[in-house]
Design a protein around this ligand. Sequence first.
Ligand code: UDP
Ligand code: MG
Length: 309
Amino acid sequence: MSLLSVIVPCYNEEENVPYFYEEFLKNKDFFDKEGIDFEIIYVDDGSKDNTASKVKELRTKDERVRLLSFSRNFGKEAAMYAGLRKSKGDYVAIMDADLQDPPSLIPEMFEYIKEGYDSVATRRVSRKGEPLIRSFFARRFYKFMKKVSKTEIVDGARDFRLMSRVMVDAVLELTEYNRFTKGIFGWVGFETKWVEFENVERVKGETKWSFWGLCKYSIEGITAFSTAPLNFASIMGVIFCVLAFLLIIFTIIRKVIFGDPTSGWPSLVCIISLISGVQLLCLGIMGQYLSRTYLEVKNRPIYIIKEEL
Ligand code: UDP
Ligand code: MG
């Protein structure tokens, strides 16, 4: 028998907890046939509703259901990390509670694992049902990442993945505080098979991601997997130094030929405001990296567990 650990990060998902369990168990025949045992680790990420008690209810019926409860909301990244840490399986899958990651894909994913892949990842080929503006910026983000990062971050990739133990252990080696799991999976390497599926809308409840939340998450991704913006700051610095030097020469020559010291106030204002804008932008970029370095250096735990069953 081999063991499959399924990690389900939950934040206010009381309605989805039992529903997920039911849907997941539809694979029972497949598991029996293949000799796979499973454990479902619900990670209650500081939910304010009855998520934890729903999980406990399930656990009274089925011992294979486990619960990890955080002391507060630490975010999905922390929940996934905690789940990986606590998983015991030879294979580990991460799945959303809202059934946007169809459990019906698992048998197919196992086929690829049997073929020898270390991980089987999923990506949605459509973004049906998502606000247009969100899709637009999501696409821009992946295009940008492709340009600035050496790590492969696939457009439409979900966190839904089936991994072998070796890969999970590799992911756990990366203990950074500011986690961007989509990048981490790419970074650790291993042979990955991509399975595609049409976007599924969440069954119950609503998304935890606001547009602003996603913006911040994308900055997380960029700073975690690329230092290109820092290079941008240096390049801008060089360009403006050269420009300033040329301007100085131009001004001196003009003074010598025309002797006109007072005009040019408007152009001066433009130059000063442009350069100070670029300076602030570059300082901001540095600040983004510095703040993350600061958080890493503090070395705080990624999550705190209140209860474990
Ligand atoms: N989630 C979490 N902590 C958070 C936010 C979300 O554990 O702070 C979980 C959530 O319960 C769900 C999964 O992460 O199981 C994906 O969240 P959601 O469905 O809101 O995101 P979307 O699918 O809209 O990208
Ligand atoms: Mg969802």
